[in-house]
Ligand binder design. Structure first.
Ligand code: AMP
Ligand code: MG
Length: 425
């Protein structure tokens, strides 16, 4: 495990007072070490979990050449251009049962979708294309060519081929694939636990009576949602008052219980509270001013308790800043912790529907609404007020317009990058 000092020394030109957004991810990739423990789970239970081994297909899928249509299977060597082909029906093959007979020259086999194609037959003419009379069918000229409507053995996966890779997050398609290989269980990394608490004396928990200057805690709920969508186990620690003994107890408990700790509030420059002091006292922590908007202040590091170590993400307090820093930095770092292979989010490019003011030298994330313009191109407009406390705009948005570090003002019609929420929010 590397200390903050060691990582800082590895990164050329690292300046905690003006760290770029890209740098933050470099830093976190060095700070966070993936979990190693694994467990074997049934396929249903593995949804959203990270695969801990490559999965090699034990069988070929499909296991036989089979028909892709209901129709008549025959040897395409008998087809002649522009000529009909008359065939005698030798029998019927159903899915799930091998057909035992033989099909000779001038013959075909009535075949159902999924039924095994007997040797020597390579083509299926769909039922609706042929004229049938008694046990005779006529394949009209030029309706099928050799190999049509036949699924080949192993065309999905061949036995011995890598079906899934370690580090893949198992989604619905992967669950189906595992099942198609006949694998009842799968080895995944153990579930990561993330403890979260909100800080600040002005923060009210739900159910508390409103008082002057106080606001209801929203971060606890957005972070809960973001973590749950990510597939980690959430340890909800509520709101912790700005009081050293309470903060100390909370940090120690969190470090003991969880692999990562997320807090919000109390990390900005002018803070008179005890959160930062306690992080400094209990952990190895860097305090950053990130060249970004929203979400400039952030603390990262590690807190150890009773031989256990937890990664710390001290997020800013403003509700939008919490969500943006989570998406930009915490989410990829936690994916790494979960054992998932790094995957850069695919940014879409959209035409800006409005002029955007932007200073080079910081990354800006603006809440955007992406739609398709009448000409078919993607177009994006902002939700308006980009205040870092305006949570309603996060609800309205379907993505974040990412104005990169070096980028300047954007004119109407200029292309901009957008990070779509895509199920993360
Ligand atoms: P701070 O970073 O502690 O200075 O907080 C910045 C702003 O975010 C202040 O206006 C806080 O009241 C607000 N804030 C901090 N924590 C929360 C929270 N959990 N829920 C809603 N607003 C918060
Ligand atoms: Mg505060």
């Amino acid at each position: 495990m590397k200390s903050i000092e060691q990582i800082a020394a590895e990164l050329q030109g690292y300046d905690p007072q003006a760290i770029s957004a890209e740098r933050v991810n470099d830093f976190l990739a060095r700070l966070v070490e993936p979990v190693t423990a694994t467990e074997d789970l049934g396929v249903f239970d593995a949804l959203g979990r990270v695969l801990a081994q490559d999965v090699v297909s034990p069988i070929s899928v499909p296991p036989h050449d089979n028909s892709a249509m209901d129709g008549f299977a025959f040897d395409s060597g008998q087809l002649r251009p522009d000529e009909p082909l008359g065939l005698r029906v030798a029998g019927t093959a159903f899915a799930g049962k091998a057909w035992a007979g033989t099909v000779g020259a001038g013959e075909c086999l009535k075949i159902m979708t999924g039924a095994i194609m007997p040797p020597g037959l390579d083509t299926v003419v769909p039922l609706e294309f042929v004229k049938a009379e008694g046990d005779r069918v006529v394949v009209p000229p030029n309706v099928v060519s050799a190999g049509d409507n036949r699924r080949l053995l192993g065309e999905d996966l061949m036995a011995g081929e890598a079906a899934l890779r370690q580090g893949q997050t198992l989604g619905p398609a992967a669950l189906g694939l595992l099942a198609s290989l006949g694998l009842p269980t799968v080895k995944v990394f153990r579930r990561v636990k993330v403890a979260y608490f909100s800080t600040g004396d002005e923060i009210l928990s739900l159910g508390e009576t409103p008082r002057e200057g106080a606001v209801y805690d929203s971060n606890r709920y957005t972070v809960f949602g973001l973590l749950t969508r990510l597939g980690v186990e959430v340890v909800d620690m509520g709101v912790v008052r700005d009081e050293p003994a309470e903060l100390e107890a909370a940090f120690r408990t969190a470090a003991l219980k969880a692999d990562a700790i997320i807090t919000s509030g109390g990390v900005s420059m002018g803070e008179a509270d005890h959160t930062k002091a306690m992080m400094k006292q209990l952990g190895d922590v860097a305090f950053w001013r990130i060249a970004m908007r929203p979400g400039r202040p952030m603390a990262v590091g590690r807190i150890d308790e009773a031989g256990k170590s937890a990664v710390l993400f001290g997020l800013p307090g403003n509700p939008v800043a919490v969500m943006v820093t989570f998406l930009a930095f915490v989410r990829p770092a936690l994916q790494r912790l979960m054992g998932a292979s790094p995957s850069e989010p695919v940014l879409l490019q959209a035409r800006s529907g409005e002029a955007l003011r932007k200073k080079p030298g910081r990354t800006e994330y603006q809440r955007g609404i992406v739609t398709r313009a009448p000409d078919g191109a993607l177009s994006v407009r902002t939700t308006g007020n980009q205040g870092s406390g305006v949570l309603s705009s996060m609800v309205e948005a379907n993505g974040l317009i990412v104005l990169h570090h070096g980028q300047g003002n954007v004119a109407v019609g200029d292309p901009v990058d957008v990070m779509m929420f895509d199920g993360a929010i």
